[in-house]
Design a protein around this ligand. Sequence first.
Ligand code: PNS
Length: 159
Amino acid sequence: MSDAIVPGSFDPPTNGHLDIIERASALFESVTVAVVINSSKQPMFTLEERVAMLQEVCAHLPNVTIGSFTGLLVEYARLRQAAVIVKGLRAVSDFEYELQMALMNRRQSPDIETVFMMTGSEYSYLSSSIVKEIARLGGSVEGLVPDSVGQHLREKARL
Ligand code: PNS
């Protein structure tokens, strides 16, 4: 089996992300979780914080490493010798944007395949944005993010 890459902003990583990373790690020889550096979004967590949180929550997965990239995802995938991009799909609403990205990535680099995994139904309503909003407004994020991430979220939300 080939090596895979799981890209994203991970601002912060949620239990939905972790579900996809764990399932990818069971399917592929090695997995690189790739944190995007130059997103147009203004992140709550710095790149270093996002990488550190992912390293902590993926520590039990020996074939998973955390990296970061700027520029084209397919270039980074090539650099990591990953033949597969793994993306999670939560709902039909994700599909159009993900299809557009998958087709554009294939156009840029036909040798790299995008594979979609259905998010666990318990995470289908989960996103980093909604988790940040809940934390900012003082709600509970228990069960939505790993415990260590919840701690970081509460600290940030207090700032
Ligand atoms: O978690 P996100 O914010 O939905 O992740 C989006 C991400 C990082 C996967 C996407 O923005 C991306 O691939 N960015 C890299 C730039 C790139 O290759 N753009 C062309 C994709 S069609």
